[in-house]
Design a protein around this ligand. Structure first.
Ligand code: PLP
Length: 449
């Protein structure tokens, strides 16, 4: 379709006239018509190529049009396109077995959902039923999804206009050494003080009222905040002490983003429930779920679980999930994520600190990194204010535009650029994209003193 101006115009007008978009003032957006995608690249109708450094919404772990995933979906569509959840399905069972096989500890059963938000909804519902308690604690600077309870759990501005949808949620501060809520100066201090704070919140909210604590194992959209050593183990210990269910939200970081099947493996902890979506099948067909510990699963052996979805464990989605496991194993995806993260991304972006005064900090792991942009390294004033919009956000918009002009589609949020390319990106593409971001940072440097 490249160069087909009439086709592009039709896509634009259908979209503008009839598609109602997420998280937007409808008259203020201008969605890019996308004509095609292949591997780590997608194209607009004019034929401009964009190297996708955000993996769409950090879900396209195996890239566009992966032949194994496409074939698996086509094959499944040819044999049984759908089946309702109360019947047993070969491909649904196979994917559940594969997920249980790589999940930590005794997390051996899977409840499938349509995506990440409903995975968190159902995890919370299970925790409430098992504990007989109602309250849930979640972090400021977090995103857990757009549905009623999930948006209440969310600790970012997307919650504000949606309050109160689930009033039994209280927020706490997680570790974030660069902008520590606890005035810490070392990772050890940050771990200790963040855990003391969390314990205070538990006690003051009333431990016997708290059903669950939900934490993104590495906070995603709100900053690629990698927990300091000992923090998640401390959360696990607090949950054990107070009889609270520990839910790890791995919707963004599960399935290889950190070079591990589940991100908790990088920190040596076993939650009671893990929620996943996105990378389980790169989003080719909507799929999410909750991986459930034996203790919680066995509670529901005799108590009926009151929850369900018509498309729970949809065969087309599960077929793409099974194919994902095959590709990960055959192509050594986890090892290549760790290798490219350590050998290519980390040294490259760390070297930028010497050249770009706008770069306050770089942090991350595997194929998941953040560049925190500032006006001043000394004061750490963000390049744009928290939740900036319009003219206030202009410096970040200029940086993003410079990346796009160089053929790289960046993930930006507030004052940060995140680096989250498909896990199958070639080393050459990766270096090319990093060079484009390096060049775009000179735009940010103009605002930094
Ligand atoms: N949890 C996390 C950590 C996420 O990043 C997201 C989506 O970005 C969600 C939950 C919600 O997932 P979904 O959009 O599939 O409902």
């Amino acid at each position: 379709p490249f160069g087909d101006a009439a086709a592009e115009q039709r896509v634009r007008s259908d979209d503008r006239n009839h598609v109602f978009h997420s998280w937007s003032a409808q008259a203020q957006i201008n969605p890019l018509p996308v004509a095609a995608g292949e591997g780590s690249t997608f194209w607009d109708y004019e034929g401009n190529a964009y190297l996708d450094f955000s993996s769409q919404l950090v879900n396209l772990n195996l890239g566009h049009q992966h032949p194994d995933l496409v074939r698996a979906i086509q094959h499944q569509a040819g044999r049984l396109a759908t089946i309702q959840p109360s019947m047993a399905s070969d491909v649904r069972g196979e994917l559940a077995r594969l997920i249980a096989g790589v999940a930590p500890g005794d997390l051996n059963k899977v409840f499938f959902t349509n995506g990440g938000a409903d995975a968190n909804e159902y995890a919370v519902r299970m925790a409430r039923r098992v504990t007989g308690r109602r309250k849930v604690l979640s972090m400021y600077r977090s995103y857990h999804g757009g549905t009623s309870t999930a948006i209440s759990l969310t600790g970012d501005p997307r919650r504000w206009a949606n309050e109160p949808s689930d009033s039994s949620v209280a927020h706490f501060f997680g570790p974030y050494l660069y902008r520590s809520a606890f005035h810490s100066t070392t990772p050890e201090e940050e771990t200790q003080r963040a855990l003391e704070h969390l314990e205070n919140v538990i006690v003051l909210e009333g431990a016997p009222t708290v059903a669950a604590i939900i934490i993104e194992t590495v906070v995603g959209t709100n900053g690629v905040l990698v927990p300091p050593p000992g923090y998640l183990a401390g959360v696990r210990a607090l949950c054990d002490t107070y009889g609270i269910v520990y839910i790890a939200d791995e919707v963004m970081v599960g399935f290889g983003r950190l070079g591990e099947w589940f991100a908790v493996d990088a920190f040596g902890v076993t939650p009671d429930l893990i929620t996943f979506a996105k990378g389980v099948n790169s989003g080719y067909v909507p799929l999410g779920g909750v991986v459930i510990s034996d203790r919680i699963a066995s509670f529901f052996d005799t108590v009926s679980f009151q929850g369900g979805l018509t498309y729970s464990g949809h065969p087309l989605a599960c077929a793409a999930g099974v194919a994902t496991f095959d590709v990960f194993e055959r192509d050594g995806i986890l090892a290549r994520v760790r290798d490219l993260g350590e050998r290519v991304i980390e040294p490259e972006i760390a070297s930028w600190l010497e050249r770009h005064p706008s770069l306050g900090e770089v942090r991350g792991r595997g194929m998941f990194w953040a560049l925190e942009l500032v006006r001043s390294r000394e004061t750490r004033e963000p390049l744009v204010p928290f939740n900036a919009a319009g003219a206030d956000a202009a410096p970040m918009a200029e940086v993003a535009a410079a990346c796009k002009a160089a053929g790289v589609w960046p993930f930006t949020h507030f004052n940060r650029i995140h680096i989250a390319p498909p896990l199958i990106i070639t080393e050459g593409e990766l270096r090319h994209g990093l060079a484009a971001i390096d060049a775009a940072l000179t735009v940010a440097d103009r605002f930094a003193g």
